[in-house]
Write a protein that binds this ligand. Structure first.
Ligand SMILES: NC(=O)c1ccc[n+]([C@@H]2O[C@H](COP(=O)([O-])OP(=O)(O)OC[C@H]3O[C@@H](n4cnc5c(N)ncnc54)[C@H](OP(=O)(O)O)[C@@H]3O)[C@@H](O)[C@H]2O)c1
Length: 333
């Protein structure tokens, strides 16, 4: 079996550390792990397969020195904009977790369960979608193929880990009644929820909400799907939760919907409310799958369905999805 040098850019962050863990767990054929981060992290080490690996500076020089075939990037959009194209020019397949290239028409935006075929149409960069979008489209895809999704109204309940290490640290400091070293959220997050993720745009929505709209259409390959999103940060840790209301073009059969979701790759059904079984972040935490429950007809519109969808944003929403893309890519080599 071929083995590959793998760069992890942003290796000290919440997603980067999870990527390293997922590469190891899934036995990705890593020849050499190359963890990169900012100058703040030079001198630190990450652990991989029982060994300590020194973190190096992400720079054009480092990328050129290694010319690794695969680069998993999760160091933020501005860093990806600067270094992604440099890595790609060195022959590295960049799988980028940031928002930098997601809506670039030349860059595939991939969730393997939904549009695996796009992996092979890359020009050096493949974008990993926004975490809240990934888990939603995993559930929508099998239903769209059968009944055609017309409109989606989604409200999210997003974990503090979605805001990176500093988001997590703010909640932990507030729990201990300490002043956070860095105020990641505009307000206290403990005992609170903030209808505000990423920046506001002139139309009153946030960039996170726009990502859910635009990325859903791009991944599903269908610009006719209408999406309305409200994204909310809540003081949870294990994953993002979503209330998803779907209106289909065609009438649907509820048993068939359950079968489609149950049979779909990457989905675990937790749909037994009478026995108090429904998806929750504490169960999704550190799991690769997307959990679906509270499946019920919306009687207020024709062809309406309600779903409750939970997934670990650091796993399926980021690291696992990126590693799955790399796995599919090497299968095609
Ligand atoms: N958290 C999630 O659930 C999630 C999900 C999907 C996508 N993403 C995206 O993934 C990216 C990383 O998110 P995160 O949650 O892991 O954030 P994080 O915990 O704040 O980590 C950021 C990482 O980026 C590195 N970094 C920052 N500036 C850098 C620079 N100038 N040069 C090199 N490395 C630099 C940091 O290195 P130092 O330690 O050296 O500062 C750290 O390793 C973001 O684009 C985010 O939008 C996150």
């Amino acid at each position: 079996m071929n083995t590959y040098d793998v760069i992890v850019a942003g290796a000290t962050g919440m997603v980067g550390r999870k990527m390293i863990q997922v590469l190891e767990e899934r036995k990705f054929p890593v020849e050499r792990l190359i963890p990169l981060a900012s100058e703040r992290s030079v001198g630190k080490e990450v652990e991989f397969q029982g060994r300590k690996v020194p973190v190096e500076l992400l720079s054009a020089e480092t990328l050129a020195r290694y010319k690794a075939p695969i680069g998993l990037f999760s160091a933020g959009a501005s860093v990806s904009r600067e270094f992604g194209p440099i890595a790609a020019a060195n022959g590295t397949l960049v799988i980028d977790n940031s928002s930098a290239f997601r809506m670039d028409p030349a860059v595939p935006l991939v969730v393997p369960e939904v549009n695996r075929e796009m992996i092979f149409r890359h020009n050096g960069i493949i974008a990993n979608p926004n975490c809240s979008t990934i888990q939603m489209v995993v559930a929508l895809k099998p239903l769209h193929d059968r009944y055609r999704v017309k409109r989606v109204i989604v409200s999210t309940y997003q974990s503090v880990t979605g805001a990176g290490q500093r988001g997590f640290d703010q909640l932990m400091s507030e729990l201990k009644n300490e002043v956070p070293e860095f105020q990641k959220f505009p307000y206290q997050i403990l005992f609170n929820c903030l209808p505000h993720i990423d920046e506001f745009t002139d139309d009153g929505y946030t960039k996170e909400e726009h990502k859910m709209i635009n990325e859903t259409q791009k991944i599903m390959g269908d610009a006719s799907i209408s999406v309305s999103a409200t994204c909310v940060r809540v003081p949870t840790v294990g994953g993002h939760s979503e209330s998803v209301n779907v209106e289909f073009e065609q009438p649907f059969d509820m048993d068939d919907v359950i079968t489609l979701l149950s049979d779909a790759k990457g989905i675990i059904m937790q749909n037994d409310p009478k026995n108090k079984i429904y998806p929750m972040p504490i169960w999704a935490h550190d799991k690769d799958e997307t959990f679906v429950g509270r499946v019920r007809r919306d009687f207020s519109v024709p062809n309406g369905l309600n779903l409750w969808i939970v997934a670990d944003n650091l796993r399926k929403g980021a690291a696992t999805n990126a590693v799955q893309i790399a796995e599919e890519w090497i299968k095609g080599q």
